[in-house]
Design a protein around this ligand. Structure first.
Ligand SMILES: [Zn+2]
Length: 163
């Protein structure tokens, strides 16, 4: 593994072994400590602790489920609307040149957390992978996670307030 810039990994390595679900744990804990930027009625938005790019968000239903088709209509509507607004907020705050939005359903599809479905929203800049290797865990991170959190949180407070 070739981690180019990831100071938060020390806390991870030194912390307790990960157990349970990161999304459910995030909803139960301190928002900043868990990197939760926004919660709506049915949806939680958090920074990915192991991001592919600065501002990499995860958008998940609050309910612990891996079953996309099994979401209630209003639950899915809230998820989709929050995804739309999360992408718009990143666009406004970070001014990326592009964005990847994707959902990996199941471990076979590459889901890191397969039991709790979630969207990835990854802002992209031309050249942002110039120094990345093909090693899966190599990351280039120009900005610390909490700096990103503090930058995005005020913008996302407007999403919190909408419900
Ligand atoms: Zn969960």
């Amino acid at each position: 593994m070739d981690v180019l810039w990831a100071p938060w990994r020390m806390a991870y390595v030194g912390g307790p072994a990960g157990a349970g679900c990161i999304f459910c744990a995030a909803l139960a804990g301190d928002a900043r400590g868990r990197l939760v930027v926004c919660t709506t009625r049915d949806t939680v938005v958090m920074l990915n602790r192991y991001p592919y790019a600065s501002g990499h968000l995860l958008v998940a239903p609050r309910r612990h489920t891996a079953d996309l088709a099994g979401l209630a209509a209003d639950e899915y509507a809230d998820l989709a609307e929050t995804l739309r607004r999360a992408a718009a907020t990143l666009e406004h705050e970070l001014r990326p040149q592009g964005m990847n939005l994707g959902m990996n359903l199941g471990a076979a599809a590459g889901a890191g957390v397969a039991d709790h479905l979630h969207w990835h929203v990854v802002p992209r800049w031309i050249g942002d992978t110039n120094f990345m290797t093909t090693v899966a865990e190599a990351r280039v991170m120009p900005q610390h996670l909490l700096d990103t959190y503090d930058r995005l949180r005020p913008a996302f407070e407007r999403l919190d307030a909408r419900t």
